[in-house]
Structure formats: structure tokens, C-alpha cells
Design a protein around this ligand. Structure first.
Ligand code: SAH
Length: 226
């Protein structure tokens, strides 16, 4: 199927109206950015037809590029400022990193699987992003070298928020991640106040791929598999 750039632009416009502003994404800057970032470039050409559809899409290694609405919701919940330094855990395709890089000053993103990091690196470089730093490793350990972060977003799920991530969050700072059993989770906003108090708020139900590492599944802190 031959889809032209114009068609992708129209698909993005519809995605913004039907899936984002038509729901509860009201941040004008976020809506503009979703209308601009070419999600199809982060997918395999065989999925181009659905590159702007209202669901996650498969990438390599049985991972997924999250549903556009969830990426937008996480960004809106983080209340990102242009000066923010953000840590993302689970680079996957790199799409969410691109969205975050449009909103923030610096994005540091960690992916467990090397081939995904390298593929995301190639796409993001080709698109000209200069404020994204990628690394392959266990993101449940955070990224000590660049900590602390104003905001942290985890796009894979665990039974608990990894301790190193809470430590590497600034006061004040915000972390968004799916927490709960493997089959379905709750999207949580964890806020560290200026006084260092940690508050938790449940937003909605969601389903993410598992966060695999020392402070995720199959680690010392495997979480609760209900
Ligand atoms: N934000 C991504 C969605 C990626 S899906 C996008 O926009 O495409 C979640 C990703 O988390 C997968 O690529 C998976 O390999 C990765 N992941 C799982 N456990 C991880 C860990 N401990 N550290 C870093 N990445 C991890």
C-alpha cells in the first residue's frame, strides 16, 4: 500500500481530534506536537496503514509502541516544562522519546534490548533530535550519572515503582508509571514534594509490557503477580 506524506499528515490530524482532544488531552502544545511527530517512522512499513490508529503496535522482540493516547496522557500528567530534564525507561521504538524531547530540555532514555536502542537511535538521529541521550541497560536502576531528574516516565509495568527511580527524582518532581500485576495495571503519578514527601495518585487502568530488571519483574523485587 502506497501512503503519501500528505496522507500521513491527515491521519495525524484525525488522530489528534478523535483520540486526544476528543478525550481529555487539552494541553495545546501536546496536541500540536502529536500533530507533527511522524509516528509511522517508528513502525515497520507493514503497519503504516495503522500507524495513527488508537492502539499499540508491535515492534521487534515482542515489544510495542504504546497507544498514542497513553503517550499523550503520560506527557500531560507530567506537566513538562521546557527546562525539564526527563528520564524515560523503555525507549522501545523511540516515539515517546521524540514527543518528550519536543516538550523538554533534555531526555535520557534507557532500553533493555540493544537492537531496539540502536534502531531508535538511528530514527531519532535521522529526524535530527539533538537533546535525546540513549543507553542500553536495566532502567530499573535509573541513570545515576545524569540524576536527579525533574520528571521520570516508565513505559513498562512493575509490581512496585523501582526504588532507584524514586531516589533519582528531584524534589519537587513527578514520575508516571503503570503499577500492578502483569496482566493489567493502574497508571500512577508519584509526586515528590519540595519537602521530599512521596505522594501517589491513581489515574486509570492500563496494560503495558513488563518491566524486566533488578527492581522490576524477575529481579530481587519481582512485585506481586496476582
Ligand atoms: N516508549 C516506547 C514503548 C516501549 S514498550 C515507545 O514509544 O515505543 C516498553 C519497553 O520497555 C520495551 O522496549 C522493553 O524492552 C523495555 N524494557 C523492559 N524492561 C526494561 C528495563 N528494565 N529497562 C529498560 N527498558 C526496559
Amino acid at each position: 500500500m502506497n501512503i503519501r506524506e500528505n496522507d500521513f499528515g491527515e491521519m495525524r490530524r484525525r488522530m489528534v481530534i478523535d483520540q486526544l482532544s476528543g478525550r481529555d488531552i487539552k494541553d495545546k502544545l501536546i496536541l500540536d506536537i502529536f500533530g507533527k511527530v511522524p509516528r509511522h517512522k517508528f513502525t515497520d512499513p507493514k503497519f503504516y496503514k495503522n500507524a495513527y490508529s488508537d492502539f499499540p503496535l508491535p515492534i521487534e522482540n515482542e515489544q510495542t509502541i504504546s497507544q498514542p493516547y497513553i503517550v499523550a496522557l503520560m506527557a500531560q500528567l507530567l506537566d513538562i516544562k521546557k527546562s525539564d530534564r526527563i528520564l524515560e525507561i523503555g525507549t522501545g521504538s523511540g516515539y515517546q522519546a521524540a514527543i518528550l524531547a519536543e516538550l523538554a530540555n533534555q531526555v535520557f532514555s534507557v532500553e533493555r534490548l540493544k537492537n531496539l536502542t540502536e534502531k531508535a537511535r538511528a530514527v531519532l538521529e535521522e529526524m535530527g533530535y539533538k537533546n535525546i541521550t540513549l543507553n542500553t541497560g536495566d532502567g530499573t536502576m535509573g541513570w545515576e550519572e545524569f540524576a536527579p531528574f525533574d520528571k521520570i516516565v516508565v513505559s513498562a509495568s512493575a509490581g512496585f515503582a523501582p526504588e532507584p527511580l524514586i531516589k533519582q527524582l528531584k524534589s519537587p518532581g513527578k514520575l508516571v508509571m503503570p503499577v500492578g500485576p502483569r496482566v493489567s495495571q493502574k497508571l500512577l503519578v508519584i509526586e515528590k514534594t519540595a519537602e521530599g514527601e512521596v505522594l501517589e495518585k491513581e489515574i486509570c487502568g492500563c496494560v503495558f509490557v513488563p518491566l524486566i530488571g533488578k527492581y522490576g519483574w524477575e529481579g530481587n523485587n519481582a512485585g506481586k503477580d496476582i
